[in-house]
Design a protein around this ligand. Sequence first.
Ligand code: FA5
Length: 338
Amino acid sequence: MSARLEKLASEALGELSGASSIDAVLQLKTRYLGRKGEVTALLKELGSLSPEERKKAGEAINTVKASLEEAFDEKAAALEAGGRAARLQKERIDITLPGRSVRPGRMHPVTQVMEEIEEIFSGLGFDVAEGPEVELDYYNFEALNLPKDHPARDMQDTFYVSDEVLLRTHTSPVQIRVMEKERPPLRVIAPGTVYRRDSDITHTPMFHQVEGFMVDKGVTFSNLKGVLTHFLHSLFGDKTDIRFRTSFFPFTEPSAEVDIRCVICGGSGCRVCKGSGWIEILGAGMIRPEVFKFVKYDPEEFTGFAFGIGIERIAMLKYGMDDIRMLFENDLRFLRQF
Ligand code: FA5
């Protein structure tokens, strides 16, 4: 019995030293020490021995069993520690390597210009209002003194959704929506997206405007000139040449278009200003009594001015671009410059 026990122990230890995984160790442990294991089988044979021999053999088997158990457990613990160390080594991160830089997003030049415009007018005490882009014919045209058959409707080529619904062609309908709800004194700007069937180097089918209007007792055309001159000088610098040109809008009288000296060519004439040296950036005028009647204001009591600024034109001039369509091509190499 003792010779068999010795052989068994040395076989078990030999195999254990060759085991390279925790699974292999556990399999060996079961094979030698499990309920049907080889050491357990020896214990079962004890019954056939004399009481004397049984005691001696029992002790010897239990000693071997305990030392094998310890050897298996130690080996399993060592393999586990080794595995963890190897894993840590493999997953090691070299924190001295330079990180991959993340390019921060930035605002589109149109948004930047919009925000700058909002800031200038907030400084003059103007509130900000918004209106829907899918608009009723009534607000976009009719209440602005443009009945259905009015020839001036052709000035703005319109995308219609149905007879009564369209994509707004300008931000002027917000004037009506605000005046319907509120009474003067009013100082409001309304920035937003507008749509027209239009496309060339200074026109896109979708573009942005900022509407502005002021209504109170005694508002005059000089107030309009003062506000717009302050605005354009804040945006382009005090030295910028500005000119007011008479114009026509069905909802204002007198009406003007405001041009600034072409910043692309400095006024000598180029393809952006079509050789004229000036670029039109906004339309403006004194709100007509007919419009006030739609919103139930008494034109004898109140007067007001309104204007509509083309944002893309301003962005082009500020950043010296010569084709408006580049703003909407979503070319990141171009947009990252601003
Ligand atoms: C209007 O839209 C009037 N609602 C402006 C107004 C408001 C006048 C209040 C009086 C009182 P107009 O169609 O001229 O006006 O457009 C105003 C500005 O929008 C133009 O000066 C121009 O800068 C810009 N604009 C017009 N069409 C386009 C287009 N297709 N693409 C880019 N900008 C445009």
